[in-house]
Ligand binder design. Structure first.
Ligand SMILES: *Cc1c(COP(=O)(O)O)cnc(C)c1O
Length: 372
């Protein structure tokens, strides 16, 4: 089945009792038992499980091609719960270029608790191989990465992880299953910030994990999800499910517009560098064509000059909203180094752009006037 059909089948099930075409939201925190103390369905209490959350979890597992899906209150809560399933002394390998919250979790929360971690350039496979050792339990990939749009060879990195018995996790937030399915490339777990493309409208915070197999590790994470309770509300689950119905059309349209924008910016005399997987001179062009169905709707640009030049350009834009985050229907732009704070290693002239659903010609005209 094609992605769009799968996404609709996964999220659209008319209610057999009422005939309602749109799904109901089950706000109840608790579920009644009958005269003999039995539950009519397997729901007891909403922290461990809830019907609206279960529908979302099954849908996310279906569209990523996994056995088990779990929904969380944010992307960070999903990552946090996965790391909680490790033991003190375990080692995590993480890319040098990654969403800044992931290394922050490892450094601020899990390092004091006994996890060790190493950061490595995941596009350098020799470096990956020599950083993996007998205590490595998780190799955490993010591809395309934030904010430099580097690409990780998921098939090879998951093989290197499996050689020492580690699992390979892929943060698939930027690509989405529309453009990349890491479980088909032998990864073990997919992580999402559903705040981004899944919800798609910048109005709900959420996260997800999808596991290829329902094994002991998966069951441990499921236990921690219910015990620690970093779970989304039924209403938030409903919003994310609604977003999944249009994920395919949105991501493909946004990706096409991003390609047009990147082509315009690439080679513009006021632009030093464009980082975008759809450009012919991207260092991982062959790999991108092999493991992705399209280049995506995120790009980073380096303006000629310094931070002040980048900020001045950004200040002149009228169709791009100056805000962090990504994946919504509206185009956003941000000065990444300001968002990441004083420890940021992102180039000071770099702006990260999330392309929305506006017309490409209007976005390009706005960029052109601001670059003049
Ligand atoms: C936003 C984001 C996260 C964190 O997700 P939240 O929902 O903000 O907690 C993780 N990874 C990537 C790639 C992201 O863009």
């Amino acid at each position: 089945m094609h992605f769009d059909t799968l996404a609709l089948r996964a999220t659209h099930q008319p209610d057999p009792t009422t005939g309602a075409v749109a799904p109901s939201i089950h706000l109840s925190t608790t579920f009644a038992r009958n005269e003999t103390n039995e539950l009519p369905a397997n729901f007891i209490y909403t922290r461990p499980n809830n019907p609206t959350r279960e529908s979302l979890e099954k849908a996310i597992a279906m569209i990523e091609g996994g056995a088990v899906g779990m929904a969380f209150g944010s992307g960070q809560a999903a990552a946090m719960t996965l790391f909680q399933a490790l033991r003190p002394g375990d080692h995590v390998l993480l890319s040098t270029d990654a969403y800044y919250g992931t290394p922050a979790l490892l450094e601020q929360v899990f390092h004091p608790w006994g996890l060790t971690y190493t950061r490595v350039d995941m596009s350098d496979l020799d470096a990956v191989q020599s950083s993996i050792h007998e205590h490595t339990r998780v190799v955490w990939c993010e591809t395309p990465s934030n904010p430099m749009l580097t690409i990780t060879d998921l098939l090879t990195v998951s093989r290197l992880a499996h050689e020492v018995g580690a699992i390979c996790v892929c943060d698939n937030t930027w690509a989405t299953p529309v453009l990349q399915r890491p479980l088909d490339l032998n990864c073990d777990v997919v992580m999402h910030s559903t705040t981004k493309y899944f919800s798609g409208h910048s109005d709900v915070l959420g996260g997800a994990l999808v596991f290829k197999h329902d094994n002991d590790f998966t069951k441990r994470v499921r236990l921690l999800q219910g015990l620690s309770g970093a779970v989304p509300s039924p209403f938030d689950c409903w919003l994310v499910s609604r977003g999944i119905k249009t994920l395919g059309v949105r991501v493909r349209a946004q990706s096409l517009t991003a390609q047009a924008v990147a082509d315009f910016l690439d080679g513009h005399p006021a632009v030093e560098k464009v980082h975008y997987p759809g450009l012919a001179d991207h260092p991982d062009r062959a790999l991108i064509q092999q493991q992705m169905n399209g280049p995506g709707a995120m790009l980073s640009i380096q303006i000629k000059g310094d931070a002040d030049d980048a900020l001045a350009f950004m200040g002149k834009l009228t169709l791009f909203t100056r805000a962090t985050s990504l994946g919504g229907v509206e185009s956003l732009i941000e000065h990444r180094a300001s968002v990441e704070g004083p420890t940021s290693t992102t180039p000071k002239n770099l702006l990260r752009i999330s392309i929305g659903l506006e017309h490409a010609e209007d976005l390009i005209a706005d960029l052109a006037q601001a670059l003049r």
